[in-house]
Design a protein around this ligand. Structure first.
Ligand SMILES: *[C@@H]1O[C@H](CO)[C@@H](O)[C@H](O)[C@H]1NC(C)=O
Ligand SMILES: *[C@@H]1O[C@H](CO)[C@@H](O)[C@H](O)[C@H]1NC(C)=O
Ligand SMILES: *[C@@H]1O[C@H](CO)[C@@H](O)[C@H](O)[C@H]1NC(C)=O
Ligand SMILES: *[C@@H]1O[C@H](CO)[C@@H](O)[C@H](O)[C@H]1NC(C)=O
Ligand SMILES: *[C@@H]1O[C@H](CO)[C@@H](O)[C@H](O)[C@H]1NC(C)=O
Ligand SMILES: *[C@@H]1O[C@H](CO)[C@@H](O)[C@H](O)[C@H]1NC(C)=O
Ligand SMILES: *[C@@H]1O[C@H](CO)[C@@H](O)[C@H](O)[C@H]1NC(C)=O
Ligand SMILES: *[C@@H]1O[C@H](CO)[C@@H](O)[C@H](O)[C@H]1NC(C)=O
Ligand SMILES: *[C@@H]1O[C@H](CO)[C@@H](O)[C@H](O)[C@H]1NC(C)=O
Length: 896
């Protein structure tokens, strides 16, 4: 779509599909898995070009007048055929012959009138037949051959009686729908065609029933579920019906909207001899249940009394319902429930009494409901007001797990109000008018509580102890409860180690401490939207930004929408590796710090819509966009320049992420040239052109910096480079006799010293030679030079015959010209040829490096540290010096 230019492949492709369309134009049936859907196509003919192996065909909602068997011969694999909502007026008996496998035939909403005796003669494999909404009249036995039929729907026709045949038939029928006909009476002889049938459901709703003849319902083999909704039965006919049901297998009876305004003792008497388990009496304007009138229903498990006008439940109204598990009294205008009214319902598990108007919960209202699991008491018109420690005392022996008290006008919860409900798991107190300080005792005794809903209340003030009695909480909802400050220590949540969901949104919260969520290591969902937390993340905040998310290591979903944030500290999401969904929408964020989202590698959904973001850059979003499935960043004032959005546009072009509104709501704001144009239409090709320049810039800068570096290096460290260079060259070119063995040297060391230091040398070195263990031999000019050879030659020879050269560095040496010019030169040459540690410097005086360099062209840095020795000032350390000297002499002269 982004490139409207046509190309030739596409054009030929269009031509090809077009020509294909011409061939198949007569139908556009949708075919999938051997199912052909040809509905709503205004067809007047059966499509003739469908795959012959289809097993299901929907040709409903067309204009077919006939279903000619010949036109189906191709499709003889059909199992399902829906021809509903056409204008069929006639059926041909051969249809089923052509379709021998047909099981489901739907013909509802047609104009079928007369059904001949043979019309379904070949349809014995049919299991479902729908003839509703026709004008069928039945005279003979059209269904007699449907031996396998399970479901027959003849609703909304003009049937005057239930008689669908004059002989026993339909032995497989399970469901018969006869609703919306003109049946006014049930007669035995009109139902005995079903005498061999076990009906799961018989629906007779919306018929003008006036009479139930004796034995009518016994005529049916078995009947388990009878539906007679929306009929004017009243009390007399209801009673009659129940009498007719007595002794039958009936299990479920639905009598909704039958104008049963009173239940007398006699009304359900007939049901005494049944095992009825479910009774629906909803929408009956029922205003009175006589005492003991339901006592007949001892097997009842499900009773629906919703939407009536009962007003008053007396002590014996529900007498005898000892097996009822589910009782629905919603919207039944109950204004008074007498104490102990429910005591009979010892098996009741679900009690729904929402939308009623009774005045109060009396001390024994629920007494006896020992099996209760679920109690819903919502939308209580007159209101519960204060929940005291007596209110639910009647539930003390119950095993209640869920209590729903929403919209019950609760204003206050007193200490120990729920202490009776030790099994309670879920407590819903939402949408009330609670206005109090929660000190903790309100929830005392809720030992097993997991969820507490307190959302939408008037004003809840939390304390450090608010939830001290409910450490088992997993879910805590505190949305819109006007709790504007949580500046508490310790945090109200500090004991909730198992909390997984916390909602404190819509509270205008402005003050929280950074330890508010400390220890909530299992928290997965945190809702903080619609608060006022912006100040906490500002750099200018006294004491620095408040990093309140830091301990939520397991957080999956975080909602921070609408908090006025205009700054985000770079570390705020650090360590939150589990976040899947993050909503930062509707804030005032502009520049996000680089690497803000670097730990959010699991993020699926990121919402940043309605902020002030102008640029989307890789250093902020590169990591987080990688695994994103959904991004919402619309309604931001994007700056459509290369620097700001070219990376984003590039990403948009290749990403699979779902980005709703990308082609409508992602608009450029600046520069003026692009104002209101779409971000995704921003042309990034000029941005790419600048790339080589950028590269050039980087290269040239690097070259210059390198150059400057080299100059500085040469200036300050040139001598070192020159020295090492010489050493290396000699190594590489092999000028040396590296392989010279230890034994080839006559001396261990040649000693270079100033003439004036001669005495010092003799005094300190000769004793070393005399030491037996070391067997060191020094070459001393005065002693060891061969006679008769010039001093030049003698020096060179001696240096060559010595393994090491020792410089005795003194002020005198620096001044001694002979040493400086000649000996040092040869010594250094030797060092270059052999090794850096062939020279040992012994400093008698403290001589700075620059002087040494100046006088002898030597620097300390040229030699290994163990070859530089200082003559100790204290006598006591002389032996340590000797040790060092011996080490230096023994160290190998070769580079390894
Ligand atoms: C049945 O098939 C015949 C011959 O193909 C065709 O003329 C006729 O219109 C078809 N009738 C229907 C209702 O499809
Ligand atoms: C049904 O027939 C169509 C061609 O008419 C063929 O492509 C398809 O594989 C067949 N399906 C089966 C399950 O045989
Ligand atoms: C109901 O039956 C009683 C007597 O059985 C009769 O008096 C009364 O009129 C009947 N009510 C209706 C509405 O037919
Ligand atoms: C009701 O159930 C009992 C026991 O399950 C059974 O003995 C009795 O026949 C049933 N009554 C009817 C009318 O089906
Ligand atoms: C609350 O109950 C009254 C009847 O008591 C009903 O009219 C109203 O629709 C109910 N409201 C809700 C939201 O269910
Ligand atoms: C209920 O509260 C009252 C005071 O409001 C107290 O005297 C009484 O002991 C409490 N009852 C129970 C069972 O906690
Ligand atoms: C709970 O059961 C005990 C013992 O069965 C009984 O004494 C007490 O009255 C019952 N309380 C309620 C409220 O049902
Ligand atoms: C309580 O009832 C209200 C409305 O009747 C419903 O919306 C809410 O989900 C219920 N609460 C629980 C915990 O089921
Ligand atoms: C928290 O959950 C664990 C594991 O389900 C459970 O063993 C522990 O008792 C719970 N803690 C509280 C205070 O309920």
């Amino acid at each position: 779509m982004r490139d409207p230019r046509p190309n030739w492949t596409c054009l030929s492709c269009i031509l090809l599909t077009f020509s294909l369309l011409c061939v198949t134009a007569e139908n556009q049936c949708r075919i999938r898995n051997q199912v052909a859907d040809c509905s709503h196509l205004k067809l007047k003919q059966i499509p003739s070009d469908l795959p012959i192996n289809i097993t299901a065909l929907d040709i409903s909602h067309n204009q077919l007048k006939k279903l000619p068997p010949a036109n189906f011969t191709k499709y003889n694999q059909l199992i399902y055929l829906d021809a509903g909502s056409n204008i069929l007026s006639k059926l041909e008996p051969e249809l089923c012959q052509t379709l021998p496998l047909l099981k489901v035939l739907k013909l509802q909403h047609n104009q079928l009138h007369e059904l001949t005796e043979s019309v379904f003669a070949s349809c014995s494999s049919l299991t479902e037949l729908s003839l509703g909404h026709n004008i069928v009249e039945i005279k003979s036995n059209p269904f007699k051959d449907l031996k396998n039929l399970n479901i027959l729907d003849v609703s909304h026709n003009r049937l005057l009686s239930t008689k669908l045949g004059s002989q026993q038939q339909l032995e497989s029928l399970r469901e018969l729908v006869l609703s919306e006909n003109k049946i006014s009476s049930l007669k035995k002889e009109e139902l005995d065609f079903l005498s061999n049938t076990s009906l799961d459901t018989l629906d007779l709703s919306s018929n003008p029933l006036k009479e139930f003849h004796p034995g009518c319902l016994h005529a049916i083999g078995n009947l388990y579920n009878l539906v007679v909704n929306n009929a004017e039965l009243g009390k007399n006919l209801t009673e009659k019906l129940c009498l007719e049901l007595s002794g039958t297998k009936i299990k479920k009876l639905s009598l909704s909207q039958v104008q049963l305004s009173y239940i007398y003792k006699s009304t359900f008497r007939g049901l005494q001899t049944t095992n009825l388990t479910a009774l629906n009496l909803s929408k009956n304007y029922l205003s009175m249940i006589e005492d003991h009138s339901l006592a007949w229903l001892s097997n009842l498990e499900y009773l629906n009394l919703e939407d009536n006008k009962i007003d008053h439940l007396s002590l014996y109204s529900l007498y005898g319902l000892s097996n009822v598990k589910y009782l629905n009294l919603r919207r039944s205008h109950v204004s008074k429930i007498e104490d102990f009214s429910f005591r009979w319902l010892s098996h009741l598990e679900y009690l729904l009494i929402d939308d009623n108007s009774f005045q109060e919960i009396t001390p024994n209202m629920f007494t006896g409901l020992n099996s209760l699991k679920y109690l819903s008491l919502c939308n209580w018109t007159s209101g519960l007001h204060t929940v005291t420690n007596k209110t639910f005392s009647s539930l003390a022996n119950s095993t209640l797990q869920i209590l729903n008290l929403t919209k019950s006008r609760i204003t206050k919860i007193e200490s120990g109000a729920f202490s009776w409900l030790v099994h309670l798991k879920i407590l819903d107190l939402g949408l009330n008018e609670i206005n109090q300080v929660l000190r903790g005792h309100e929830f005392k005794g809720l030992q097993k509580i997991e969820d507490i809903y307190l959302s939408y209340n008037k004003q809840l003030t939390l304390t450090s102890e608010s939830f001290a009695f409910v450490p088992s909480l997993k879910k805590l909802m505190l949305r819109k409860v006007a709790c504007s400050s949580l500046d508490l220590s310790p945090s109200p949540f500090h004991l909730l180690q198992n909390l997984t969901i916390l909602d404190i949104s819509n509270n205008n919260l402005a003050n929280i401490k950074d330890d508010l969520f400390d220890g909530l290591h299992t928290l997965e969902i945190l809702d903080l939207q619609h608060n006022n937390l912006a100040r906490l993340w500002k750099h200018a905040n006294p004491g620095g930004p408040v990093l309140f998310l830091k301990d939520l290591l397991n957080l999956h979903i975080l909602n921070l929408k609408s908090n006025g944030f205009d700054e985000i500290p770079v570390h705020v999401f650090k360590g939150l590796f589990q976040i899947r969904s993050l909503d930062l929408g509707s804030n005032n964020l502009n520049l996000l710090p680089a690497s803000l989202f670097d730990d959010q590698t699991s993020l699926n959904s990121l919402i940043l819509q309605k902020n002030l973001i102008t640029s989307v850059e890789e250093n902020v979003f590169g990591t987080v966009f990688k695994n994103l499935r959904e991004l919402e960043m619309d309604f931001n004032p994007f700056d459509c320049t290369c620097e700001s959005i070219s990376w984003f546009v590039n990403w948009l072009n290749v990403t699979q992420t779902n980005i709703p509104g990308l082609d409508t709501h992602y608009l450029c704001n600046t520069p003026p040239k692009y104002h209101s144009s779409l971000v995704m239409n921003f042309d990034i090709s000029p941005c790419k052109d600048s790339a080589p320049f950028k590269l050039l810039f980087i290269i040239s800068t690097s070259v210059i910096i390198l150059f400057i570096f080299i100059i500085i290096l040469v200036h300050f460290e040139g001598w070192r480079i020159a020295f090492y260079w010489n050493v290396s060259v000699n190594r590489v070119l092999g000028f040396t006799e590296i392989d010279r063995q230890q034994e080839e040297f006559d001396y261990d060391a040649y000693i270079i010293h100033a003439r004036r230091d001669r005495n010092w040398v003799s005094k300190n070195f000769i004793p070393l030679e005399e030491n037996d263990q070391s067997q060191i031999r020094f070459c001393l000019e005065e002693r060891d030079f061969e006679a008769g050879i010039s001093e030049f030659e003698a020096t060179i020879n001696s240096i060559k015959r010595s393994r090491k050269i020792i410089f005795v560095v003194t002020e005198h040496l620096l001044k001694d010209a002979w040493c400086r010019k000649f000996k040092v030169y040869h010594a250094v040459q030797q060092a270059i040829e052999q090794s850096r540690d062939s020279i040992i410097l012994i400093f008698l005086h403290d001589i700075p490096d620059y002087k040494l360099n100046h006088a002898l062209c030597l620097r300390r840095g040229m030699f290994k540290s163990h070859c530089i020795l200082d003559w100790p000032a204290q006598k006591g350390r002389v032996s340590a010096f000797h040790q060092k000297l011996q080490m230096a002499l023994k160290s190998s002269s070769y580079i390894h």
